[in-house]
Design a protein around this ligand. Structure first.
Ligand code: GDP
Ligand code: MG
Length: 204
């Protein structure tokens, strides 16, 4: 049975090939650790094209949502999307570029657990486009890519990291990347403070 308390929530994080090549593995892990989340699974691998496609199409709504988001980003700048007005056509092109990007080198996949893990990780990760993602976020602080530049160069936008967008997405993505036995259930000492109800027993 799934545990209901918010502290049991899990999310999938994947450090993309550019994140590894920029030597940001430690820096990114540090942010999630410092927040209070618990690392419960981690591995390095080079994903296949089929696997990347499966990952991005687990959510049947992803193609529509992603196409709409991208078209809107262009509209917000008073521009028309260079490929199409049809969100599904736009996302098909995005997916092909994503496959090239994600299979170009090793990635590091992780499961992070803790209160509101999905939302908290997305907050630290920032918006999809580094050009507009907030200062203080991983995508805002460590990389400078844009839709405009990636479109000129015919490639995926490089934003260092993937993080599940919702609890539903996390619940589909985690079993794709990890077998149940690869996810370790353990107590982290700091949880005694983060989730303790009374904070009694601190004083001698
Ligand atoms: P995320 O949840 O913020 O990672 O964004 P999405 O799930 O919408 O898209 C997945 C990934 O596809 C992004 O992280 C980008 O690497 C890439 N991507 C998304 N939209 C675009 C786009 O409009 N153009 C390009 N070139 N890449 C995109
Ligand atoms: Mg996403």
């Amino acid at each position: 049975m799934k545990k209901q308390h918010p502290k049991h929530e899990q999310t999938l994080v994947v450090l993309k090939p550019d994140g590894i090549q920029r030597s940001l593995i430690g820096e990114i892990i540090k942010r999630f650790e410092q927040l209070g989340l618990k690392l419960t699974a981690v591995k390095m691998l080079v994903p296949t094209a089929d696997f990347v496609k499966k990952h991005y199409t687990l959510d049947p709504e992803w193609p529509l949502k992603t196409g709409q988001k991208t078209i809107k980003a262009y509209h917000d700048r008073g521009l028309k999307h260079p490929v199409s007005d049809d969100p599904l056509k736009v996302s098909e092109v995005i997916l092909q570029k994503l496959i090239r990007y994600m299979t170009s080198g090793p990635v590091v996949a992780m499961v992070w657990q803790g209160a509101h893990a999905v939302e908290m990780v997305r907050k630290l990760v920032g918006g999809t486009e580094p050009r507009t993602s907030d200062v203080g976020t991983i995508r805002g602080d460590y990389v400078l890519d844009s839709y405009a530049m990636s479109d000129i160069d015919g490639r995926s936008i490089r934003n260092l990291i993937h993080a599940s967008g919702s609890v539903t997405e996390a619940d589909m993505e985690i079993p794709l990347w990890f077998k149940q036995e690869e996810i370790v259930e353990y107590k982290l000492v700091q949880e005694a403070i983060l989730y303790d109800v009374n904070l009694d027993g601190l004083l001698e």
